[in-house]
Design a protein around this ligand. Structure first.
Ligand code: BGP
Length: 481
């Protein structure tokens, strides 16, 4: 081994992202706000799902449901937004809790106190020049709509959703230009309760009922797009899907065909959103599986109102195999088989930065619509330590994850893909959607709250906080690799 000291070559700065590129973070009301019964808010399905998506709902809110208080964004939003501004955010994605605006979901008149809360959030964002990106429905259907109507299985939800979006556009349309209709709309096939407010247990739900619910959401989404465009306020509407590149486990054509089918189940939702009609492969699937949908002429007309952009979450890729014995792996709502080439997070989600470039190219080639990465991040266990007397988290693993994904976004932009922006999931620690834990942390900001409900809710900057601020300030030139 040579005794000479190796001098690392000076890193070449990476090319800058476009000036118009939006940088920020994303949250959901039910995972950050808390204040679950404050100022007239009604219950949402999340308030009775204390243990995440894999357990049956409880009869009512229980004290062990971390979402009831979450990280108290409802009272601390000003402090949190100031921290986002300190990192240089130009966009903040958040959701409006439907049950703050319509506590039961089917009232005639909205709840003024709920509307006023989001006025205050928007005031704060405006103070720092941060663009709001608002999710209209993020896994938080009002509980009454779930219990009394079985959620989106019922066509009546289209009307309730329409009333809700009309109120939102009337109230906030002059200051919120970017809207997402449903978070991860394609997840309804996998987690019908969380995604579609459907109380009927998954195993008792017929394929027809499930796809009918998906159809109602697609129609509601198109209707929201139509209404947004009719306001004349220049509103831009995006669909939001789970992006999951699927690789064949082997080059066996049977595996490749299995990939095609799995892709179709995921992509159908954005195909409808961008083309305005159901694709032929979906119609064949319905025909061959005895799925008889009630699709009216009016529905067909509405579906023609296509979205302005496609947004998505990206956490991982998956493999697919035609072999029924291939073991399913853990993952973000949509199963799949484990890829032997990839490492995984502490929760088993496989880490695949290149998959992000692949999916950006795939989506751009397929739809030709601008793309927005509205979720990406690493859920990890963090340890609060003192560095120079200041409490922090040395989260180099998170920095590495985000760095590597952003490098692939830059590559995709070089490939010619139009990418509007990037919001990391959970810029501040929040309650996990799938496991309802706080120990699955995503943030640049550590929140002192724990799975047993203890903690002071104090916020601390992690090492990644300064790292992301640099990335934003240099428009990506500080990325490595
Ligand atoms: C997405 C959801 C988010 C978020 C994220 C991370 O599916 O849109 O709400 O929670 O995944 O997942 P988790 O919280 O399960 O780690």
């Amino acid at each position: 081994m040579s005794t000479e000291t190796a001098v690392a070559p000076a890193a070449t700065p990476r090319p800058r992202f476009p000036e118009s590129f939006l940088w920020g973070g994303a949250t959901a009301a039910n995972q950050v706000e808390g204040a679950y019964d404050v100022d007239g808010k009604g219950l949402s399905i999340q308030d009775v799902m204390p243990r995440g998506i894999f357990a049956a709902p409880t009869d009512g809110p229980t004290p062990d449901n971390l979402k009831l208080e979450a990280i108290d964004f409802y009272h601390r939003y000003a402090q949190d937004i100031a921290l986002f501004a300190e990192m240089g955010f130009s966009v903040f994605r958040f959701s409006i809790a439907w049950s703050r605006i319509f506590p039961n979901g089917d009232e005639e008149e909205p709840n003024e106190a709920g509307l006023a809360f989001y006025d205050r959030v928007l005031d704060e964002l405006e103070r720092y020049g941060i663009t709001p990106l608002v999710t209209i429905s993020h896994y938080e259907t009002p509980l009454h709509l779930a219990r009394a109507y079985d959620g989106w299985v019922s066509r009546e939800l289209i009307g309730f959703y329409e009333r809700y979006v009309r109120v939102l556009f009337a109230r906030y349309g002059h200051r919120v230009k970017h809207w997402l209709t449903f978070n991860e709309i394609n997840s309804v096939l996998h987690v019908p309760l969380m995604s579609g407010g459907i109380m009927t247990p998954r195993e008792e739900l017929s394929p027809t009922a499930l796809y009918q619910a998906a159809h109602h959401e697609l129609v509601a989404s198109a209707l929201a797009t139509k209404i947004a465009h009719e306001t004349g306020l220049g509103l831009q509407v995006g669909c939001m899907v789970i992006a999951m590149p699927i690789y064949p486990l082997t080059p066996d054509p049977a595996d490749v065909l299995a990939v095609m089918h799995a892709d179709h189940a995921n992509l159908m939702f954005s195909d409808v959103h961008t083309r305005g009609v159901y694709p032929g492969y979906a119609l064949r699937h319905f025909r061959e599986h005895g799925i008889e949908l009630d699709i009216t002429d009016e529905d067909r007309e509405l579906l023609r109102h296509t979205v302005d952009f496609v947004s998505f979450s990206y956490y991982m890729s998956q493999c697919e195999s035609a072999d029924p014995a291939a073991a399913p792996g853990p993952g973000n709502l949509i199963g799949g088989t484990t890829n032997p080439h990839l490492p995984a997070s502490e929760w088993g989600w496989q880490i695949d930065p290149v998959g992000l470039r692949i999916v950006l190219n795939q989506f751009w080639d397929r739809w030709g619509k601008p793309l927005f990465i509205v979720e990406n991040g690493l859920g990890a266990k963090d340890e609060l330590v003192e560095v120079d007397g200041v409490p922090t988290v040395v989260d180099d693993y998170r920095i590495a994850y985000l760095n590597d994904h952003l490098v692939q976004v830059a590559e995709a932009i070089q490939d010619g893909v139009q990418v509007l922006g990037y919001t990391t999931w959970g810029p501040i620690d929040l309650v996990s959607a799938s496991t309802a834990q706080l120990s699955k942390r995503y943030g640049f900001i550590y929140v002192d709250r724990h799975d047993d409900g203890s903690g002071t809710l104090t916020r601390y900057r992690k090492k990644s906080f300064g790292w992301y601020a640099d990335v934003i300030a240099t428009r990506g030139a500080s990325l490595r690799g």
